[in-house]
Design a protein around this ligand. Structure first.
Ligand code: VAH
Length: 315
């Protein structure tokens, strides 16, 4: 049976790259980029695009009727920092958007649904180092609360209705193709742009703020590997812990200086994102993903830094 895949939130940092990769695997015509705004670049010219508002049920009905999707990736969400500026919109989009997609996927017989969670589901009382798959989870951002609640809904729709929905708790994702939007980990992207443009960067997170991070190529590959794994191998129906590396701004600056020796890193004080970062883990134990579907990251900090600088220099 030909796969027909919807990527809702296709213009975002993850969606942009997922559309490209899935179109390589399944054919351009079978992967529909869906977003509330027109693509920023020529994604529309390389395959179908639809305007989709995941909170508009009539709009979703028309799209599901038109495509009868076999797979749906729901990436549309407000991230941690933006979510704190607009808590009710963040809850509405992140929660009701998910519930709409779960319900329409059930109604139209979608075979598999993907929904991203985040390390933001952990909170101040979660273990900080090698945070396990199961532990205390007391998120204190709307983003984290919505992702934790969403995980519970995903597992509920699997157990109660048999919907094959799969999920990953992404760390901070570092990429060069599309700019990030409203995340706490985004300093680790902006630093590369400023290092090349200005030779310096002012970090809104402090020098010792260690966070779990991952290069986007690993995240995209891992996401597709999870979605293509046989259902019987999937033991986690909330969301999988998923890890690449962990570093703090000083670690990253030291790696950048191997390529740009004069790079200078400064620090801004009292940014609200510092409190968010302080509530998150410093490293993640993803042994369950490694066991269930043989997850293995390929990028470390050295490879990530080389890839970011090389690709950004190409312009
Ligand atoms: C954010 N990039 O900063 C996202 C991510 C773990 C962080 O969820 O909000």
């Amino acid at each position: 049976m030909t796969e027909k895949i919807l990527i809702i939130g296709s213009n975002g940092q993850i969606g942009t790259e997922l559309v490209t990769e899935l179109r390589k695997n399944y054919g351009e015509a079978n992967v529909v980029a869906c977003d509330i705004r027109r693509p920023d670049y020529d994604m529309k010219n390389s395959g179908p695009f639809e305007f989709v508002n995941v909170l508009d049920k009539d709009n979703l009905t028309a799209i599901y009727q038109k495509y009868k999707p076999t797979q749906v990736y729901l990436l549309a969400a407000l991230l941690s920092a933006t979510g704190e500026q607009n808590p009710k919109l963040a809850w509405d989009l992140n929660m009701n958007g998910l519930l709409n997609v779960l319900d329409f996927s059930l109604e139209f017989g979608t075979k598999r649904v993907y929904w991203p969670s985040s390390i933001a589901v952990f909170g101040p009382n979660s273990p900080k180092q090698q945070t396990p798959q199961f532990c205390t989870m007391d998120p204190n951002t709307v983003y984290g609360i919505s992702k934790l609640a969403g995980e519970r809904w995903c597992e509920y729709y699997f157990c109660k209705y048999g919907l094959d929905v799969r999920s990953i708790r992404y760390p901070g994702l570092i990429s060069w193709k599309a700019m990030p939007g409203g995340g706490t980990t985004d300093y680790a992207i902006h630093i590369f742009h400023d290092a090349l443009k200005k030779g310096s960067y002012a970090s809104f997170l402090s020098a010792e703020t260690e966070l779990p991070m991952m290069y986007m190529d690993d995240a995209i590959r891992g996401t597709i590997e999870l979605m293509e794994a046989p259902a019987e191998k999937i033991s986690i129906r909330s969301s999988y812990n998923f890890a690449g590396m962990s570093f703090n701004p000083e670690d990253l600056a030291a790696e950048i200086r191997k390529h740009l020796p004069n790079f200078k890193l400064h620090y801004k004080e009292n940014d609200p994102r510092q409190q968010i970062a302080n509530s998150w883990p410093q490293s993640i134990d993803d042994s369950v993903a490694k066991k269930d579907w043989q997850w293995q990251p390929e990028f470390n900090l050295e490879k990530l830094t080389l890839a970011m600088l090389t690709n950004l220099r190409k312009g």
